[in-house]
Design a protein around this ligand. Structure first.
Ligand SMILES: [Zn+2]
Length: 144
């Protein structure tokens, strides 16, 4: 159940982007299939971690980007249904080019503003921040 440590890492990352007195409404995270996250377990882990953080109503959106493979023989790149799919050229070896993403995409925060509550999604985007916890970037490449 490594979802618990993933949820805790997420909370720690979100905290760094939270405005003072802000309340988390929703977090969107991009987790590649390589992490093997089970969405039910992730939901449970998230509920516990977000409650402990003081945001019991916060929702978690998980975006699962597809695997990306590149054929070793012909260089074709594609998004396979499963990671062991073979290339259309018949070659059975492919490099994994994507699927290990772990990125906080955005957070939606309720910020108390003097007399009223205002919903804000602007200014708290954390695009491009990647948690490298146990992630192997050996096969990452931008050519695919
Ligand atoms: Zn091929």
């Amino acid at each position: 159940m490594h979802e618990v440590s993933i949820a805790e890492s997420l909370i720690a990352l979100i905290r760094r982007h939270m405005p003072t007195n802000g309340k988390l409404i929703r977090a969107t995270v991009r987790i590649g299939p390589m992490h093997g996250v089970v969405s039910e377990a992730m939901g449970m882990a998230w509920n516990i971690a977000s409650s402990e953080a003081g945001w019991p109503a916060a929702q978690l959106n998980i975006i699962t980007p597809p695997w990306r493979l590149r054929c070793v023989s012909c260089g074709r790149c594609w998004a396979p249904a499963t990671v062991d799919e073979h290339c259309v050229c018949g070659f059975t070896k492919a490099d994994i080019m994507g699927g290990d993403e772990f990125q906080l995409d955005s957070i939606e925060v309720d910020c108390p503003v003097k007399h009223s509550k205002r919903r804000s999604t602007a200014g708290v985007r954390a695009r491009g921040r990647t948690l490298k916890k146990g992630v192997n970037h050996e096969h990452q490449s931008s050519n695919c």
